[in-house]
Design a protein around this ligand. Sequence first.
Ligand SMILES: Nc1nc2c(ncn2[C@@H]2O[C@H](COP(=O)(O)OP(=O)(O)OP(=O)(O)O)[C@@H](O)[C@H]2O)c(=O)[nH]1
Ligand SMILES: [Mg+2]
Length: 316
Amino acid sequence: MSEQSDRIEQSPERLTPPNPHRSGYVAVVGKPNVGKSTLVNALVGHKVAIVSPKPQTTRRRIMGILTRDDAQIIFVDTPGIHEPRSALNKFMMREVENALGDCDAILFVVDASARPDDNDQRVAERIRTMAQPKVMALNKADLMDPQEVIPLTESYQQILGSENTMLTSGVQVRVENLNELIAMLVAVLPEGPELYPPEQYTDQPEKVLAAELIREQALRFLEQEVPHAVAVSVDEYAQRPNNITFVSATIFVERDSQKGILIGRNGGMLKRIGMEARREIEQMLGHKVYLELWVKVRESWRRDEEAVNDLLGKQL
Ligand SMILES: Nc1nc2c(ncn2[C@@H]2O[C@H](COP(=O)(O)OP(=O)(O)OP(=O)(O)O)[C@@H](O)[C@H]2O)c(=O)[nH]1
Ligand SMILES: [Mg+2]
């Protein structure tokens, strides 16, 4: 009996030092609409980034911080990579480049329910030039035809030039796959201490999260070009008695006609966006919110670099 416990004491596992703590930034990049933000939210376990079925939802870098005993991963969600034309699109692509430049590893997200196309190839070529370790999430795996899993996985591994891939889904979360993806990322991060307090899960102040939640509802209810012409800024964010947060925000659009659509008949559209956004902000804060919305035209702001910096760059 005692002999056995002696042996356990001296087993090699007991003598190996624990794994070193690792930490670092993981840039989450890919084409628009492949599910990057949904995946970051699922990995972090908090809604840090808004999501919509419309491409070009994410406009800035957004940090989602995952703290575990053995590691801290700072996911940096980015806008979908596309050919930039307007000042807004150029701003978005600079955000991607900055995220790539500053990261310790890259998580390349693809929509694996479809074959790789020219845009996937282009993004893969850009990523392959980067020196950092790369991992690929074959996302929207829930939509994959089971017969296609192997051929599709192989074609994506080919464009990445590596077998570091994992099937993932941001909506039908298979926890094992997400855990395995996290393990793959931890393995390639450098040794280092926690870079943020363990309770912090994003770099965005509540005020900016609130503005984004309003934009998410505008993306949800508006159609065609109008949602893309929307920018939201929170002008006042204050605590009021009885545990109420007062939020006053302006929704910017580019033209008078868009303003009309955004307000809607008898103010119906704006009311709907406001009601749903208020609910979302209340859910985030865990208490009551009084939300006031204003609508303003800022003529063709997406084409104007100064306006883009004003509306997006200075938010943080
Ligand atoms: N079926 C399925 N749908 C998903 C998955 N992930 C995201 N979606 C949906 O795909 C759409 C785009 O998701 P986002 O997370 O906004 O995609 P994104 O890559 O961040 O998009 P951009 O910010 O525009 O580049 C939304 O309608 C999501 O609900 C997934 O794993 N499976
Ligand atoms: Mg996104």
